[in-house]
Every structure is written in C-alpha cells, then in structure tokens.
Design a protein around this ligand. Structure first.
Ligand code: ATP
Length: 228
C-alpha cells in the first residue's frame, strides 16, 4: 500500500506558480530519489508534502488527506523532514537538539548515536560548533527522533566534505536495510543515490516527467533531464 501519494499537485508562491502537476507515490519501506535540475521544483515538492506552501491537487499520507492539515499536524502524522540548509539550534548542545524533537518510538538518542558515532563524541558540544557534515548528521538525527514513517532529505549531502558524505550515505543504506524506513531523498550524486534508491522520479519545470526503477535510468534520460 502507498504511504504517500501526490496526485497532480500544483503549488504557488504568491502569484508565481512553481508546481504544475506532480504525481508520485512512495510505498512502505521504499526509497525514492526526487531528481531534476536546479529550479525544477524538488524543494517545492518537499514543501508541498510538508504543508509549507500553498497547493492544489491531492496529497495523502498514511491514509489521511494532507491538504486539510497545517504543517505541524502533518509532521505529527510521521513526516520527518531534514530541510535544505540543515537548521539545528546553534546554541543548544547536540544532546539537547536531539531531545527537543523526541517522540516515543524505536528511535531514541542511543540509537541515533549508534547510527552516527560522531554525534556521541560531540554530545555536549553546541550545534553551532559542529562542521557542516556533523550538522547534517544532527539534522537527520533530529528527524529520526520524531520517529517518522517517512524520512525526507532535501539535499542529503550538498556542500559536504567527501569523507562525511560517505558516512551519510552509509547511514542511509543502514536505515534502509535495518529499519525499512521509507525515504524520499534529493541529492545531486546519481551514483550515490543509485546505491540506496529503489525508484526515481524526474522533475522538469514543476512536473514529473519520468518515474521508474532507479536502475532503468538510462544515460539518455540523465542527459535530457539532469545534464547541465
Ligand atoms: P534547487 O536544486 O535549486 O533547490 P529545486 O528543484 O529544489 O531547485 P525549487 O526550489 O522547488 O527547485 O524551485 C522551483 C521554482 O519555484 C523555481 O522557479 C524557483 O525560482 C521558484 N521558487 C522557489 N522558492 C520560491 C519562493 N520562496 N518564492 C518564489 N518563488 C520560489
């Protein structure tokens, strides 16, 4: 059964239309890569799911109509967002950042620290003193602490050092293999996405133009929709 379904979703920023009909679905335990060149609507699709932009069309999550819900209520249904730009509370410690989003379930601080041992090492450091990659780990940890049914990563490894990017991809692969969490992931690295994603959805000018098994993404498609 589908966990998340978008049917012909449109979105506007004031008078400017950014999505012109995005349809996609994510099943339980599925990892879906949302891809497309800059400005094609990836972040806006995430904002539509998380109720952070005005939308039309159909959005359902876990059997509930998302379009009727404000963002804080949608989050409570189990949407765990790791936003672009990470956004942790800089003056709070790593431990405090994690506790701040905690909700009962499988994920607690011990489990997050086991997934990201660096966060255990930095437990008492303020988030503002972490490297960009560590902040991204913390942002993922904060989303996991909400015990989401769907984890959404907008730019999973953008702008991070290669070593730490590898650690994040390893963690995502572990999440998939060990917990079967459904994941929607945006990233520019096609090869890294290919290691975790079951399916890909390609966006072009605010609409989905291709959906299929990640392995079926042929060079011609990549050139046409992702090439610069
Ligand atoms: P990127 O990879 O650059 O983040 P994206 O695929 O995530 O790109 P979006 O950020 O969703 O694309 O942008 C889709 C369209 O909406 C673009 O034309 C963009 O200029 C526009 N847009 C995005 N955010 C806003 C905003 N806050 N106000 C007005 N227009 C916006």
């Amino acid at each position: 059964m589908s966990l998340l379904t978008l049917e012909s979703v449109t979105a506007h920023y004031g008078p400017a239309q950014a999505l012109f009909g995005v349809s996609l679905s994510i099943g339980e335990g599925e990892v879906v890569a949302l891809m497309g060149r800059n400005g094609m609507g990836k972040t806006t699709t995430v904002r539509a799911i998380c109720r952070m932009v005005e939308t039309g069309g159909g959005l359902t999550f876990a059997g509930q109509d998302l379009t009727r819900l404000p963002s804080h209520k949608a989050a409570r249904l189990g949407l765990g967002l790791v936003p672009e730009g990470r956004r942790c509370f800089a003056p709070l410690t790593v431990a405090e950042n994690l506790s701040a989003t905690a909700r009962p379930g499988h994920w607690d601080r011990t489990r997050v620290e086991a997934l990201f041992p660096r966060l255990a090492e930095r437990r008492d450091q303020t988030a503002g003193t972490l490297s960009g990659g560590e902040q991204q780990m913390l942002a993922i940890g904060r989303a996991l602490m909400t015990n989401p049914r769907l984890l959404i990563l907008d730019e999973a490894t953008e702008g991070l050092a290669p070593l730490i990017r590898a650690e994040i991809w390893t963690a995502l692969a572990e999440l998939k293999a060990q917990t079967g969490l459904a994941i929607l992931v945006i990233d520019k690295s096609i090869s890294e996405l290919g290691n975790v994603a079951d399916r890909a959805v390609l966006l072009e000018r605010g609409a989905d133009v291709w959906t299929g098994a990640f392995d079926a993404l042929e060079p011609a498609l990549i050139e046409r929709y992702l090439g610069v």
